[in-house]
Design a protein around this ligand. Structure first.
Ligand code: ZN
Length: 369
């Protein structure tokens, strides 16, 4: 017995091995089929639990990354594509217009430039032909330029003598005169225009007229000037300068002269002291004529070209001095309505008397046709 036990104890470790082999051989609930069946059950139970948990998580995670990744790709592509496309376009578009504008302006400028040269030589050229007499005959009838002669443009003062009354035309009567001239189609011109027409054959309006005022009384500014402006007419004011230069209130002031000149009125000389210019020496004549001319020119800032003999009195010496002083024309008080180059220093006028109605004015203009 003891020997058997000892043998068993000696091979005790064989017993567990033997038992394991038996178990494996008999299955004992752990064979391949049972194991396989049991595993799917466990797996099925676990997967549904984990799948919903994991699936949503990876989906948003995977969706988000691609989105930002996709967005920059899309943005970058259109941005890069559009910007280079847009930038060159505006650049070309902007560059082109200036080029076109510059080309459009350049041809216009040379078109404007030739014009002033054409206009500028005219005043310059007008001086020459009168100094160097080269008269061009006007077409028949075009030399008819009536020069109306006014003095006072106000009602004569109470007790005025016949001469003063005869020299005074009221503003209302003057208004009817201008209304008639306008209705009859007369256009007022200046002596400068007339001189150019007589010397160079420049065209005049179809019915030209020159309106003149002698002496430079203050009513020229107060009464004549507003009516002239009302009808859009200009006039030539022959002023003798001593009373103006000594601030005689019965005459124009230099401020009035400048204002009227700036408004388009023409000024001419009527000497300095209004003397009779006949039988005078050259020195006296020069003093009277040049003093007046220079005073007026200093005040209006422009050369004057017309002269009116005081009281219409003149002789050959007076005419020669007027010409040499730089005048282009001189008017008298002789009757007439036609002007010529040869008689440009003895131009006749149409005297307007104090009581002349517009009908009488029309009649006088008809007579001098
Ligand atoms: Zn006078």
């Amino acid at each position: 017995m003891t020997t058997v036990v000892k043998s068993l104890l000696r091979f005790w470790f064989i017993l567990p091995i033997f038992l394991i082999i038996i178990v494996v051989q008999t299955g004992f609930g752990f064979n391949g089929a049972d194991n396989a069946a049991a595993m799917p059950t466990v797996s099925a139970t676990l997967r549904p639990t984990f799948t919903p948990t994991f699936t949503p998580t990876p989906t948003p995670t995977r969706t988000l990354p691609p989105s930002p990744t996709a967005t920059p790709v899309i943005e970058a592509t259109p941005t890069d594509t559009v910007e280079p496309t847009m930038e060159p376009l505006p650049t070309d578009t902007v560059s082109s217009p200036p080029t076109i504008a510059a080309q459009t302006i350049e041809p216009v400028t040379p078109t404007i430039e030739p014009s002033p040269p054409e206009l500028l030589p005219l005043p310059t050229a007008t001086e020459t032909p009168i100094i160097e007499p080269t008269p061009i005959a006007l077409a028949p009838g075009t030399s008819r330029v009536p020069i109306l002669m006014y003095h006072y443009l106000s009602a004569p003062p109470f007790g005025a003598d016949a001469i003063r009354t005869d020299l005074s035309v009221s503003p209302d009567l003057f208004d009817t005169h201008l209304a008639y001239l306008q209705e009859a189609g007369y256009e007022s011109i200046s002596f400068q225009q007339l001189a150019v027409a007589l010397s160079r054959g420049e065209a005049l309006p179809p019915k030209p007229v020159i309106i003149t005022f002698d002496d430079g009384y203050r009513d020229s500014y107060e009464n004549a000037f507003p009516v002239l402006q009302k009808y859009g007419y200009t006039a030539t004011f022959f002023i003798f300068t001593q009373p103006i230069d000594t601030a005689n209130v019965d005459f124009l002031s230099w401020d009035m002269v400048r204002e009227m000149h700036q408004a388009g009125m023409e000024f001419g000389s009527h000497s300095h002291t209004h003397p009779d210019l006949r039988n005078r020496d050259v020195e006296f004549l020069l003093r009277e004529i040049v003093t007046s001319k220079e005073l007026i020119e200093q005040n209006i800032g422009e050369k004057i070209r017309a002269f009116a003999y005081p009281s219409g009195m003149y002789d050959e010496t007076a005419t020669r001095v007027v010409k040499s002083a730089g005048f282009w024309a001189a008017v008298t008080t002789q009757w007439g309505g036609h002007q010529s180059y040869d008689q440009r220093f003895t131009m006749p006028r149409v005297r307007i008397r104090g009581n002349d109605s517009s009908a009488m004015l029309a009649e006088k203009l008809r007579i001098v046709e």
